[in-house]
Design a protein around this ligand. Structure first.
Ligand SMILES: Cc1cc2nc3c(=O)[nH]c(=O)nc-3n(C[C@H](O)[C@H](O)[C@H](O)COP(=O)(O)OP(=O)(O)OC[C@H]3O[C@@H](n4cnc5c(N)ncnc54)[C@H](O)[C@@H]3O)c2cc1C
Length: 473
């Protein structure tokens, strides 16, 4: 194989994973990143001396990470990934505590809860599908490995294509529990009627497998990827924004680079703009954005508060409608991630992240904006806190749709444009590469929306496998 000169745009999880595999396969790889940090949406901040990793908080489908490590180790020579950059994942005792319309439950639903029996029935069928889903997340749908996985999933879901239609068909499932299950489609930034039935399975797999957090925080993932990439010979340039790409050439604020291949991990529309394409996104439906408050606590939250709480709106359908119309919802879906001092992070004080789902409107929202204020009050009430959660906060930082649009995605949409239902699986668009521009490949959250880290990491595995095979021919 002739080594190629490859430039990867973006040092988020997908860009770094792609770069390290290609370098391990023997290619000369350079990563160009516009920001000053490694990790993209996974950004580490320090507030009042305490570490908080912003962006992704939980790791699901750990088999995707294991498959990444297996492929890294098997490509080329050199020490194993675990010797270069060890990483330890800690399982949480539950996926989270869910609050919905006066009801609350853990996932998996605890014995004694009125939803325990139906949940156990649901999890017994769906919790076992992790291997099939991991196979599909890490292999092309044309791969012989994917065939048994696809047939098992198709036999499970039948003709009920969407999460909503699938769950509606399970008449024995209580309505409230259905809502708890289907709210997880917001992890993909979209509504249950716009996601494949497969998404209904995600919470069951998460409950069976447990959700994980790397010891030290989720930012350990991009930092580990950085070490693996550099060890494989990847050169990484930070603070260098790419301004244009064309055949075999990448232009940045600092200069021009020749490349045999360019791999973009940027938002799909940002890549289009770098190609000189003009796109009108004003009428397009986008995935959601968020208002995220990261606070160091002056006082711990009441004992019994779980690491991960999910405060649902009373009317999830109305929330999805508002997000689709890029309007503020009356009530949103809020994650509360609470780390006591010393748990996961090497912190001397407890911290909390309050992540409020928001429309991709690109706007600035402070902690005292009407939207954030109302949601913080609602969260405090629903969680049964003795006072407003804000009163526990010491120093804090707020990230909002304006911040998330800093990456160029319209309105700060976390997964770019919302896709049509048939495009959320292997028929995703944009594709990894096109016949028109065989020199340009794409990976990342807007090419593989829906599922966060497993989707982007798995997408990088699929793309690099295809690319390495093609380059070897
Ligand atoms: C608040 C929040 C919570 C989340 N929670 C979870 C979770 O709990 N679990 C989970 O699995 N996932 C979660 N996700 C999703 C997860 O963070 C993303 O799927 C993943 O980090 C995307 O990685 P990426 O490499 O595809 O994209 P990015 O991280 O967006 O990387 C793209 C990179 O490209 C760079 N870039 C952009 N434009 C240019 C340019 N012109 N020149 C050079 N560089 C450029 C950016 O600076 C960035 O570093 C969450 C995301 C957010 C925002």
């Amino acid at each position: 194989m002739k080594p190629r000169n490859i430039i990867v745009l973006g040092a988020g999880i997908s860009g770094l994973a792609t770069a390290s595999l290609l370098a391990k396969a023997g290619h000369k790889v350079k990563v160009i990143e516009g920001a000053s940090w490694i990790g993209g949406k996974s950004k580490r901040i320090v507030v009042d001396g305490q570490r908080m990793d912003t962006g992704p908080a939980l790791v699901t489908f750990p088999g995707v990470w294991e498959e990444f490590i297996r492929r890294y180790d098997n490509l080329g020579s050199g020490p194993k990934a675990s010797e270069i950059a060890p990483i330890v994942f800690e399982p949480l005792s539950e996926v989270g505590e869910y609050f919905y319309k006066g009801e609350k439950c853990l996932l998996p639903v605890e014995p004694g809860n009125k939803w325990h029996e139906p949940w156990a029935r649901f999890e017994a069928v769906h919790g076992k599908l992790d291997k099939e889903i991991t196979t599909l997340l890490t292999n092309t749908s044309m791969s012989p490995k994917a065939v048994p996985a696809v047939s098992k999933l198709v036999s499970n879901y039948g003709i009920r294509l969407t999460t909503k239609s699938y769950l509606d068909g399970l008449k024995w499932l209580p309505e409230g529990l259905k809502e708890v299950i289907s709210i997880h489609t917001l992890n993909a930034g979209v509504a249950p009627e716009s996601t494949l039935a497969l998404f209904a399975t995600m919470p069951a797999v998460m409950a069976t497998q447990k959700v994980l957090v790397p010891v030290g925080g989720v930012n350990e993932i991009p930092l580990t990827l950085e070490k693996l990439a550099r060890h494989a010979g990847v050169e990484i340039s930070l603070n260098e924004k790419v301004t244009a790409i064309s055949k075999n050439k990448v232009t940045t604020a600092k200069g021009e680079y020749q490349a045999d291949l360019v791999i973009s991990s940027l938002d799909a529309k940002v890549t289009d703009r770098l190609l000189g394409k003009t796109t009108n996104e004003s009428g397009r439906k986008m995935s959601c954005s968020g208002v995220a408050i990261y606070a160091v606590l002056d006082q711990d939250l009441p004992s019994g508060t779980k690491t991960h709480s999910v405060i649902m709106p009373d009317d999830p359908a109305a929330l999805h409608k508002s997000l689709g119309a890029k309007q503020l919802p009356k009530e949103s879906m809020v994650f509360v991630n609470y780390y006591k001092a010393g748990h996961i992070y090497p912190n001397s004080k407890s911290t909390v992240a309050v992540l409020i789902t928001a429309p991709a409107d690109g706007k600035h929202y402070g902690i005292d904006s009407d939207f954030a204020k109302a949601e913080l009050e609602r969260v405090s009430l629903v969680m049964g806190l003795p006072k407003n959660i804000k009163e526990y906060f010491g120093s804090f930082e707020v990230l909002d749709p304006e911040y998330f649009s800093g990456w160029g995605a319209t309105g700060g949409a976390l997964y770019g444009e919302a896709r049509k239902i048939w495009q959320s699986g292997p028929l995703h668009t944009p594709r990894h590469s096109s016949v028109l521009r065989p020199w340009l490949w794409r990976v990342g959250a807007s090419t593989h929306p829906g599922g966060g880290i497993p989707a982007v990491l798995g997408g990088s595995l699929i793309a690099t496998e295809k690319l390495i095979r093609r380059l070897a021919r």
